[in-house]
Ligand binder design. Structure first.
Ligand code: SF4
Ligand code: SF4
Length: 303
């Protein structure tokens, strides 16, 4: 694995699932991040933001200067081929640095994706994928990845209050991360700020995550101020004076027809139906935006 910045730019925040930046706006921000020492960028097929990366990659001096991680739900050869082709063509790049199997829950789900993994592994030999891994909100997902020979990278959720861990406690997730690290996996963690819940304890939240055996920390950003603050805090170990992050929130349009699709999609049980409309419990929401993609009528969004 090339040398990656300890801070990874989570780009969900700029995608159509959240702020819906233009390719020019997003690229300018990613170029700024690169100039500040961030060379690791995280996206996903579901974010529908490959066009932002196409613009960004057209502007960097060398493709080798940046490392792009993406995620997909492929489970067999056909779906894996479709996902990889989409990533390569939409970003106009000859290779993806890291392909993650999105939302893996444990040994059984990983086994169900074995054919996709084997296809991606073949594509490594062809130079179209450089590394393979999984993303997970589950302790069991981390443990399954740790024991899988084709998985090199694990992208787990972890924060000091354990928000978003679906099947266990903070201690259990820390122990699973420890185990995965000992098995030689590269770990880049997500949601250290618990979807904004820990912004008031920003330094403590980051210190907790950075004390774990992780290689990088993905944080969603959408302004130069946020990049500056997170670079100062994560790369230089300082405590920024100014506000570090805008508190984002989930909103549901009053036109919601109460179909329940978003409720079913939310792993965190943060959504429910009341009087025929979806309502969110903000205390449980980690702003992952999965529900946003589930609403065909675009009645739910993160702002
Ligand atoms: S998916 Fe959309 S329309 Fe259906 S309950 Fe959720 S917000 Fe409402
Ligand atoms: S309500 Fe939506 S954004 Fe919040 S945790 Fe659930 S799926 Fe994620």
């Amino acid at each position: 694995m090339q040398r990656l910045s300890k801070l990874c730019f989570g780009t969900l925040t700029m995608s159509p699932l959240q702020q819906n930046f233009s390719a020019e706006e997003a690229s300018a921000l990613m170029e700024y991040a690169l100039s500040k020492g961030i060379n690791f960028f995280d996206t996903a097929e579901i974010y529908e933001s490959y066009d932002l990366f196409k613009e960004f990659l057209s502007r960097v001096d060398s493709r080798e200067d940046v490392f792009i991680s993406t995620k997909c739900y492929a489970y067999d050869k056909k779906t894996a081929e479709t996902s990889l082709t989409l990533a390569l063509e939409s970003m106009d790049t000859p290779y993806v640095d890291l392909m993650l199997l999105h939302e893996q829950e444990g040994e059984h789900t990983l086994r169900g994706h074995q054919e996709a993994l084997e296809y991606f592994s073949l594509m490594k030999e062809e130079g179209k994928v450089r590394h393979l891994g999984l993303s997970t909100h589950y302790v069991a997902g981390v443990l399954a990845g740790a024991d899988h020979p084709l998985i090199e990278v694990i992208h787990p959720i972890i924060n000091k209050i354990g928000l978003g861990i679906v099947d266990g406690t903070v201690e259990e997730m820390v122990s699973a991360i420890d185990y995965a690290k000992k098995k030689g996996k590269f770990i880049f963690a997500m949601k250290a700020l618990a979807g904004g819940h820990l912004l008031k304890n920003y330094r403590e939240a980051l210190d907790f995550a950075l004390a774990l055996p992780i290689d990088s920390l993905a944080i969603g950003m959408q302004s130069k101020e946020e990049i500056d603050a997170n670079v100062e805090a994560v790369l230089h170990g300082k405590t920024p004076q100014r506000s570090v992050d805008k508190r984002r929130r989930l909103v549901i349009d009053p036109y919601c027809i109460g179909c329940g699709q978003c409720v079913n999609r939310c792993q965190q049980k943060a959504l429910s139906l009341e009087d025929g409309k979806a309502v969110v419990n903000p205390d449980r929401c980690v702003l992952c935006s999965y529900c946003v993609g589930a609403c065909q009528d675009f009645y739910i969004k993160v702002i």
